[in-house]
Design a protein around this ligand. Structure first.
Ligand SMILES: [Zn+2]
Length: 404
C-alpha cells in the first residue's frame, strides 16, 4: 500500500500532459496533487452476498488534489464507472442509538429553528428514507426523496401518502417537484462535478421561489488536520471545509446563511437560499499547508495500527473490528489486518450475514463476541465508544477498545 506524497511526481506529469484536471468547483488550473492511494476498493458501502463477490469488487486509485484558488479538494483519478449506487448499498447508521438521537436533533432543528412545518421537503440522496420520514413526521411535512439506493421493500412509512420516494438520482427532470426545503445529507461528497450538480440544483429551483437549501457533508478540515486516512474512501471524490463549501454554493448562485459543524466535529452543514452568482477567490493558505503534511500524518497512523496489530497477534490476542462500512474497509486495507482479525462486527442487521466489500470477511452481529471473546477491538468511529462499551458490558466482556 502506498501512502505517499506525490506532489513532485504530479507536477512532472502535469507538465507532460500539458495541464491537470481543472478544479471541479471553480475551474482554476492551479490544482496540486498531494496524496495518492492505489488499488483501493471502489464500492465500500456495498455489501456482498458471497465471499467471492466481496473480493471481486472493482479497485480504483485515489489522487487527491487541492485547488489553490478555492480550496476544494477532489480525487483527480476518480472514475464514476467503478462505483455502484444501487439497492445493494447498505449505509444506514440508524441502528445506533447515538446516531438516531443525532438524526432526531437535526429534524428538530429543521422544524423548530428553520420553521419547516406543514411544508414540502425534497431530500436528495435519501438512502432508505429514514430521515425524510422523521422530518415529515416531526413537522407535519410532506416529502419526496430521491436515491438510486432506495428500496421499496424498505419503505419507512408505506402507509403515509405524504412521503414518497423515487429510486433515481435527482436531476432537472424532477424540477417540477418544487419544495420549501431541499435537504441533502452525505451525498455531495459522492459527486465529482460539484459545479455542474449545484448549477443543476439552482436551475431546478428556478425563479420566483426561495426555498431553504441544507446540505451536509463530512467535515474535511478535520480529516486533513488529523490525518484521518480511513475517511478518504473511493466513493468520496469531493472534500469540503466550511470555506470551500461556502465558495462552491456562492459560485453556483446561492446566498449562504451559515455553516455548522456537528457530530463530534465530523459533519459539516451549510444552509443557503437562492441568490446571485458570486466569485470568491481567497487563496486558502492554511489548507494548502495542511495538504502538504497529510501524507506524513497518514503514514504515522497506518504504521501505529500495523504495529499494534503485529504485537497483538504475536501475543495471541484476539482482534475484532467494530463497524463494517467504508472506514472499516479502508482500515483493513491500509493496515494489512485482513488476515489477522477474528471478526468484523456490525449492529446493522441488514449487514450481518453478508460479506465485507474488498476484504471478503464475514460481517457478524455483536452477539457473536460472546463466543469470540476478543482482547482488542478497533472501533471505526470514536463517537460510538460509550455505546459499544455498554453493549460489551452487557455481554460481560472487557476488551481494550482503540478508536481509529
Ligand atoms: Zn477551485
Amino acid at each position: 500500500v502506498e501512502v505517499r506524497n506525490v506532489a513532485a511526481a504530479a507536477d512532472r506529469s502535469r507538465v507532460a500532459d500539458g495541464g491537470s484536471v481543472p478544479c471541479a468547483v471553480c475551474s482554476a488550473q492551479n490544482v496540486r496533487a498531494f496524496f495518492e492511494l492505489r488499488g483501493v476498493p471502489a464500492r465500500t458501502s456495498v455489501i456482498a452476498a458471497t465471499r467471492d463477490e466481496a473480493l471481486a469488487v472493482p479497485r480504483g486509485d485515489i489522487l487527491l488534489a487541492c485547488c489553490g484558488n478555492c480550496g476544494f479538494i477532489g480525487n483527480q483519478a476518480f472514475d464514476a464507472g467503478l462505483t455502484e449506487y444501487s439497492g445493494r448499498i447498505e449505509d444506514t447508521q440508524s441502528c445506533s442509538a447515538v446516531y438516531s438521537a443525532y438524526l432526531e436533533e437535526l429534524a428538530v432543528h429543521i422544524v423548530e429553528s428553520l420553521g419547516i412545518r406543514n411544508r414540502h421537503v425534497v431530500e436528495i440522496g435519501c438512502g432508505k428514507g429514514e430521515f425524510l420520514h422523521l422530518l415529515c413526521r416531526a413537522g407535519g411535512n410532506s416529502g419526496t426523496g430521491f436515491d438510486p439506493a432506495f428500496r421499496a421493500d424498505r419503505h419507512p412509512c408505506p402507509d403515509d401518502p405524504a412521503v414518497r420516494f423515487v429510486a433515481d438520482r435527482f436531476s432537472e427532470r424532477y424540477s417540477g417537484t418544487g419544495a420549501d426545503l431541499y435537504v441533502s445529507k452525505m451525498t455531495l461528497e459522492h459527486i465529482a462535478d460539484v459545479r455542474g450538480f449545484l448549477g443543476m440544483l439552482r436551475r431546478s429551483i428556478g425563479a420566483g421561489s426561495a426555498p431553504l437549501v441544507l446540505f451536509q457533508v463530512p467535515e474535511s478540515g478535520r480529516i486533513f488536520r488529523e490525518g484521518r486516512v480511513c475517511d478518504v474512501v473511493y466513493e468520496h471524490c469531493s472534500y469540503f471545509t466550511p470555506e470551500s463549501l461556502q465558495a462552491a454554493f456562492r459560485r453556483a448562485g446561492f446566498e449562504v446563511l451559515g455553516t455548522r459543524i456537528s457530530y463530534g466535529g465530523q459533519h459539516l452543514a451549510i444552509e443557503a437560499r437562492p441568490g446571485t452568482v458570486q466569485d470568491c477567490a481567497e487563496r486558502p493558505e492554511w489548507l494548502v499547508s495542511l495538504a502538504d503534511g497529510f501524507a506524513d500524518l497518514c503514514r504515522t497512523r497506518v504504521r501505529s495500527w500495523s504495529a499494534g496489530i503485529r504485537e497483538a497477534v504475536a501475543a495471541g490476542r484476539k482482534i475484532v473490528v467494530w463497524g463494517s462500512g467504508s472506514r472499516s474497509v479502508m482500515f483493513l486495507h491500509l493496515s494489512g489486518a485482513e488476515q489477522c482479525v477474528d471478526g468484523i462486527i456490525d449492529i446493522n442487521p441488514n449487514r450481518q450475514g453478508s460479506w465485507q466489500s474488498g476484504t471478503g470477511l464475514p460481517i457478524l452481529p455483536p452477539e457473536s463476541l460472546v463466543d469470540i471473546r476478543p482482547d482488542l477491538i478497533f472501533v471505526m468511529n470514536p463517537i460510538y465508544l460509550d455505546e459499544i462499551r455498554r453493549l460489551l458490558d452487557g455481554f460481560g466482556l472487557q476488551p481494550e477498545l482503540v478508536a481509529v
